[in-house]
Design a protein around this ligand. Structure first.
Ligand code: NAP
Length: 261
């Protein structure tokens, strides 16, 4: 796998910014600076169509993000192949609480449910949604092996882990196409994962680039993008926003690519 192979269903290269959708589905037990209401259908659809029209074609969801998968399934039904949909397995969020299950049985159940909720017959990327015990999930539970088996059946295009530790990220890279790691101006601990990914020609998705909303000044965003894109393995930064102005603003602050200079 090389970075160039990361595409949407219809073969377009994925965008450098992606859309995170926690806030489309869940507003309890989240750590954003301000409380918020989950956007209604009209607002959420507009957000997605604005994103796509501005060139954002990767969207990140998870069963643990409340209504997020089910809503994306409804909103993206006529544009499925224009998107690269990332979802996850292992975390469930019910009645205000998370619980985790990385067994073979649950992973298969969860993927079949994601296919139904997202109204599709393939998932572009599926990541193990780590609870922090990255190494155990990979080594003890063998959860990446289960994902690999399902990928071979053709239901998933790319597999990986959304990690919480450097040790887990480094381990995950061996058998993943993609690792989703945290990195921002205040949290740089997982830098080794970004560097190792480059040596293995694996891809990185970045989560929490704006420190979940605590580092969003124009200056902070510019610095964040410049720093993160200095790591060649970074394929996309997944920004969680429900505000189209923020989306536009973030795109305007992206550093130019060589071809654009
Ligand atoms: N796998 C995991 O374990 C995991 C964990 C966390 C996150 N994620 C994924 O990564 C995505 C991003 O992480 P995140 O949402 O925690 O953090 P983030 O992207 O660092 O920050 C999102 C916050 O920044 C605000 N924001 C975005 N652009 C802004 C702008 N231009 N000006 C002002 N505020 C701005 C958003 O508010 P507005 O809505 O008002 O724009 C939102 O509250 C998530 O949505 C999710 O898809 C995965």
């Amino acid at each position: 796998m090389t970075l160039q192979t990361l595409t949407t269903g219809n073969g377009q290269p994925i965008s450098r910014l992606g859309l995170g959708t926690v806030k489309l589905g869940r507003n309890e037990q989240v750590k954003y600076p301000q409380a918020f209401s989950i956007p209604d259908d009209l607002t959420a659809k507009k957000l997605l169509s604005t994103a796509l029209s501005l060139g954002i074609n990767i969207v990140d969801t998870a069963p643990a993000y409340g209504q997020s998968e089910e809503r994306l399934g409804r909103f993206l039904i006529n544009q499925r192949h224009e998107w690269h949909i990332v979802t996850k397995v292992g975390e469930e969020f019910n009645h205000g609480q998370s619980h985790f299950d990385f067994s073979k049985k649950h992973i298969r159940f969860s993927i079949e449910r994601s296919l139904k909720r997202l109204r599709t017959d393939y998932l572009d990327t599926v990541l193990l949604h780590s609870n922090g015990n990255d190494v155990d999930i990979i080594q003890r539970d063998g959860a990446l092996d289960t994902l690999l088996a399902i990928k071979r059946e053709g239901l998933i295009r790319y597999i990986g882990v959304s990690t919480k530790t450097t040790e887990g990220g480094l381990l995950a890279l061996n058998d993943s196409d993609i690792v989703m790691a945290s990195y921002n101006l205040r949290y740089t601990e997982e830098e080794a994962v970004l560097k190792k990914a480059e040596t293995l020609s694996k891809a990185i998705f970045i989560k929490k680039a704006f420190d979940s909303g605590y580092a969003c000044s124009t200056e902070a965003i510019s610095k964040t993008f410049k720093k993160i894109f200095s790591f060649p393995a970074v394929a996309s930064i997944i920004i969680g926003t429900i505000n189209t102005h923020h989306l536009e603003n973030n795109l305007a602050l992206l550093p130019k690519q060589k071809a654009e200079l």
